[in-house]
Design a protein around this ligand. Structure first.
Ligand code: SAM
Length: 167
């Protein structure tokens, strides 16, 4: 299993977590691996943070073997502040400040319409096999009532895609 992130801190944390044969600190829009090397690629909560999302998706298709799968999770395109919904079809950059347990953090990203992801996947040759909008169960809500909004409006979007085998 190999991993890539453009943040040295995240790469270091992944190294500490272990389990990788190779970890690279670089832009995922230029993957440092040969074509058709892998049978599975995961992009967990990253594509919506990337400048060149479409190029990254094309790179993932390049390094996957035919029949390989690509699983991705993003912030749901409908999960954006009201001002970002003024024009759903416009890309909308955001930088949100949070403070938790004494730590100040700024989350930056790019809200894009759902179609931007579907088109990038289609152009790279992927077929979407499954689309899910995960939400808290009743049991989760009972123990974490602050997640109530997430039960009414999707926070996240999960997709499972396949690069069809060549005919
Ligand atoms: C919300 S964090 C998710 C991190 C990790 N996947 C996780 O689930 O904890 C988004 C990550 O995308 C990385 N990232 C943003 N743009 C990138 C790019 N062009 N290439 C590689 N990584 C990128 C950031 O450095 C950050 O670690």
């Amino acid at each position: 299993m190999v991993g890539i992130d453009s943040s040295p801190t995240l790469v270091e944390l992944a190294r500490e977590a272990g389990g990788y044969t190779e970890l690279v600190c670089a832009d995922a829009a230029e993957l440092p691996w040969e074509a058709q090397t892998f049978d599975l690629a995961l992009a967990f909560m990253t594509l919506h943070d990337m400048e060149d999302m479409a190029r990254t998706v094309a790179e993932i298709a390049r390094v996957l073997q035919r029949g390989g799968r690509f699983w991705l999770a993003i912030v749901h395109p409908l999960n954006r502040p009201p001002e970002g919904l003024d024009d759903y079809f416009e890309d909308h950059r955001f930088a949100d400040d949070f403070e938790r347990d004494g730590l100040r953090m700024t989350f930056e990203g790019i809200d894009r319409p759902l179609e931007a992801y579907a088109c990038a996947l289609a152009r790279a040759g992927f077929l979407i096999e499954e689309l899910r909008e995960p939400r808290p169960t009743a049991a989760t809500l009972a123990s974490a009532p602050k997640l109530a909004k997430a039960a009414k409006r999707p926070y996240f979007l999960h997709l499972r895609c396949v690069l069809p085998p060549a005919h």
